[in-house]
Design a protein around this ligand. Structure first.
Ligand SMILES: Cc1ncc(COP(=O)(O)O)c(C=O)c1O
Length: 391
């Protein structure tokens, strides 16, 4: 029988990553050292009190049943965390857990869109943003994030007729991949624009705890009117290194949360109890480890960005996230070409900006997942390779 799978899968191609993966495999066979700054998986450990909460909970056979719901204890922990950390008042029925923001964002279109609705997405974009729109059979409209605008959208460039058809807009600061942050005035402008056109705001807040130079990482829900018009994804993956546990929350407008809950009740039987316990421990426990970790990320950011400038590569300092977003040196025709050559000559693996959309062309992304000493060594290898010169 000839199998015809859904045509929407055609949107999900992995061309650049496949090419890079082949190159990586080839490189590994040479036995040379690789500096892998490709993927954003934190190398920092999970705090002991969080691990212990999960282990203790897993010892109870009752906790291996379907949970079916978010426990009142966990919802209360999220509520209190938002109050203490972000000065935001939310009710427990304005919160739902998701199996990572990735899963929650991917299901947005299914809960919010009818065919023909438009979804406004950033370019460059974190890849799952467009998945959410495609799965909802929506039309995608990309707004550009350019360096000359501090990687903030220009709302006046979005055509009226597009804005009128838009169902939701995805935004995220501090933003992966461009490593930019947004001022308060941006959120005020965003809320005014979205109100004018009746657009739901979805703020992906994955990096509020990884922000540099003393800046404050807040919550979108802190802005007046935010809860009337939007939701926020708040992930435990990067603040608490719980990436593999898959725990995150969608928080905000109750009507939207109810729609997400209804959808979820059709495909899921609830978050594993021990993970809910781990989340409670994370949210109610001490936060000095989170701050210390941010300081360590900043040390890595300094080592990488200052170090690259020292060897003649004119890169800007990352302002937040666990990445650096760096213009490729002159003389290369594309970010993919540069990544391939960088890997071949130095063993440094990074992500071509074009993997995040057309506005990512001309940049590469480095994940800050190696300690400073290794980053120093890597910078030395790049310098000695001559890749920055003689082109
Ligand atoms: C911008 C952004 N959103 C969401 C995620 C995914 O987070 P989670 O682990 O909660 O799915 C990431 C992870 O790298 C991210 O960078």
């Amino acid at each position: 029988m000839e199998i015809h799978t859904a045509s929407r899968l055609n949107h999900f191609q992995t061309g650049i990553f496949t090419a890079l993966d082949e190159k990586k495999e080839e490189f590994l066979k040479t036995g040379r050292k690789m500096y892998n700054l490709f993927i954003g998986t934190p190398d920092f450990p999970v705090a002991p009190h969080i691990q212990e909460a999960l282990i203790e909970s897993a010892k109870d056979p009752e906790n291996w049943h379907y949970s079916l719901r978010d426990t009142p204890e966990m919802l209360e922990a999220v509520k209190q965390y938002y109050k203490n950390r972000f000065h935001v008042d939310i009710e427990t029925d304005e919160i739902m857990s998701v199996s990572g923001s990735q899963e929650g964002v991917a299901h947005l279109g299914l809960a919010l869109c009818d065919p023909g609705d438009v979804v406004l997405l950033p370019n460059p974009g974190y890849p799952v943003f467009e998945v959410g729109a495609y799965l909802g059979d929506a039309q995608l409209y990309f707004y550009d994030l350019k360096e000359e605008n501090d990687f903030l959208p220009r709302f006046d460039e979005i055509p009226e007729e597009v804005a009128e058809k838009a169902k939701y807009i995805m935004v995220s600061y501090p933003y992966n991949p461009v490593c930019a942050v947004a001022p308060s005035s941006f959120y005020e402008e965003l809320i005014a624009f979205s109100r004018r056109h009746n657009i739901i705001i979805v703020h992906d807040n994955a990096y509020s705890d990884i922000i540099y130079d003393g800046a404050y990482g807040g919550s979108f829900l802190n802005y007046p009117g935010a809860k009337e018009i939007g939701i926020e994804f708040f992930s435990l993956s990067k603040s608490f290194n719980l990436t593999g546990a898959r725990i995150s929350y969608v928080i905000g407008n109750k009507q939207i949360i109810d729609a997400m809950k209804l959808l979820r009740s059709q495909y899921d039987f609830g978050m594993f109890y021990p993970i809910q316990k781990a989340a409670v421990a994370a949210l109610t426990g001490p936060l000095d480890g989170v701050k210390e970790q941010c300081r360590k990320y900043q040390e890595r950011r300094d080592t990488l960005c200052h170090g690259l400038r020292r060897i003649g590569w004119n890169v800007a300092d990352s302002k937040g996230t666990m990445f650096a977003w760096v213009r490729i040196p002159e003389g290369f025709s594309s970010s993919q070409e540069f990544c391939m050559e960088l890997l071949e000559k130095t063993g440094v693996l990074c992500t071509p900006g074009s993997a995040f959309g057309s506005c990512g062309e001309g940049y590469v992304r480095f994940a800050l997942v190696l300690p400073p000493a290794e980053l120093e060594e890597m910078i030395d290898v790049i310098d000695r390779s001559g890749i920055l010169k003689n082109r």
